[in-house]
Design a protein around this ligand. Structure first.
Ligand code: HMG
Length: 444
């Protein structure tokens, strides 16, 4: 069978910006370097008063359909991944289809629609659902539209507040894709965890420090299972390694762990041993604490080697460029990391066709997945058409008072005037509630 994967993507950023290194740090009395260097974030994208997960998802999907010259009957399923849903019954995909039907001839009455939930990993799960549907031959020549859309808001004053974000990415999944083909091999790391959850509440309950450890544990587990299905996984096998990026500092931690794990027992470990010794082996220690302390020391040394720094600069750092400017987009986060990498390759004039990506997705609660992707011949043509850099530059830069006001607009427990800071143009907007409590939308 032909390859299956992502044919094209389009991105929609929330129209507002909160600058973390100036506006937020000033208000909190924090050193701006905590955000710029520690978390690795400069700004968050936030939704204006007329934006939500439906408008952002529909706007991204419309751009994708226009660019690929698709009609509704070309789409056989619409899967929306989100953890910001406002309805326990009616899926967001029905609202998005309703929006798109306002602007296209025809309808999506024969498209299967759903909503996927597993924290941030739901976007990747939706890609997998689309892949499986096509591989099973049930698509009958039609493509799948996967939309990952979130307003990642935390309660004000929560430690996670600096990692907020809002945006959507729409991905067209099809046979013989132009962008990337997905590998059939997958590794999973999954366990019942309570690192981050929203038990029938809008803003998350988060055990921030623990969530970092759970992310690392599950990703290692996923990587180990992925390795059992492939002959070898070495860090230099992949042109880029996009990870779920709640904030770039998280990726700094997981990349070091992954590098250490995958070079163990390889000529690279021997080569590094001249400077920093071999990696500690558990059998050499009487107790686990001493082993873990030795591993921490080794990782401190490893991080400073030229080999690690060069690898990180080439294959990890470029995946973080968008995230630094927009924050955590939850279900979309790993997918904008992939786009960041491809934008980097495009601007550097690299020919990536045939090269591989290793993609590490994660969702709290908790599950990680690793799979490989192959970059396809048409990738440059798809990537050069993205406008995300312009969208980021055009956002309205909020003062702290404006940020508080817009946060209140989106807080379900507050009833405040929906004052907007930007003027929508050629996009879907939220237009109030209907008689059954449904949200209504129109194209302006
Ligand atoms: P915090 O307490 O505000 O920050 O919370 P901190 O004090 O831990 O500092 C953060 C980093 O900045 C540290 O770096 C500091 O050293 C450094 P590290 O030691 O970890 O490498 N730092 C500085 N660096 C330079 N100059 C300075 C300075 N000051 C400090 N002056 C925390 C951080 C991540 C806990 C918080 O933001 C949080 O709770 N975030 C939400 C949870 C989260 O994002 N977890 C990530 C893993 S779970 C996940 O990814 C899933 C998720 O996306 C949800 C889903 O799946 O649905 C969240």
């Amino acid at each position: 069978m032909s390859s299956i994967g992502i044919d094209a993507v389009e991105i929609w950023s929330g129209n507002l910006e909160l600058d973390l290194t100036t506006t937020f740090a000033d208000e909190k009395g924090d050193d701006p370097e905590k955000y710029a260097k520690g978390l690795g974030l400069h700004a968050s994208s936030l939704p204006d008063a007329y934006e939500d997960i439906v408008t952002m998802g529909a706007n991204a999907a419309q751009r994708l359909m226009d660019r690929k010259e698709l009609a509704p009957e070309d789409v056989g399923r619409i899967d929306v991944a989100t953890e910001s849903s406002f309805d326990n019954s009616k899926p967001v995909s029905t609202y998005i289809a309703g929006c798109l039907e306002q602007v296209y001839d025809g309808d999506f009455h024969h498209a299967n629609k759903g909503e996927r939930k597993f924290a941030c990993i739901a976007g990747t799960q939706s890609l997998n659902d689309a892949y499986n549907w096509i591989r099973a031959g049930r698509n009958r020549g039609r493509a799948a539209l996967v939309v990952a859309t979130d307003t990642a808001l935390y309660a004000r004053g929560d430690a996670g507040e600096a990692t907020q974000g809002a945006g959507a990415i729409a991905m067209l999944v099809d046979e013989d894709p132009s962008l990337v083909a997905l590998s059939p091999e997958q590794g999973y790391g999954s366990a019942d965890e309570t690192d981050f959850l929203k038990p029938n509440q809008q803003f998350p309950s988060v055990d921030g420090k623990r969530s970092i450890q759970v992310y690392l544990d599950r990703m290692l587990e996923a990587g180990q299972q992925f390795e059992t299905q492939t002959s070898s996984v070495h860090p230099t096998d992949f042109a880029y390694i996009p990870f779920h990026t709640p904030f770039p500092g998280m990726v700094r931690k997981v990349a070091l762990l992954g590098f250490r794990h995958t070079v163990r027992g390889t000529p690279m470990e021997e080569h590094l041993a001249d400077d920093i010794g071999l990696q500690p082996r558990e059998t050499e220690f009487d107790d686990r604490d001493a082993y873990e302390a030795a591993i921490r020391d080794y990782m401190d040394d490893l991080r400073q080697t030229d080999e690690y720094e060069g690898w990180y600069a080439d294959r990890i750092e470029p995946t973080l460029a968008l995230s630094r400017k927009v924050g955590n987009w939850y279900t979309g986060s790993v997918h904008i990391a992939r786009v960041s990498a491809l934008l980097d390759a495009y601007s550097a004039g690299k020919d990536l066709a045939g090269d591989h990506l290793l993609v590490g997705s994660y969702g709290s609660g908790a599950q990680a997945e690793m799979h490989a992707e192959t970059v396809m011949d048409g990738w440059q043509n798809e990537i050069r058409q993205l406008t995300i850099d312009d969208q980021i530059a055009d956002r309205h830069d909020l003062s702290f008072e404006e940020y508080e006001a817009i946060h209140d607009v989106h807080n379900y427990d507050k009833d405040v005037p929906r004052t907007r800071f930007t003027t929508p143009s050629s996009e879907f907007v939220f237009d109030g509630w209907g008689p059954m409590g449904e949200r209504q939308y129109r194209f302006v």
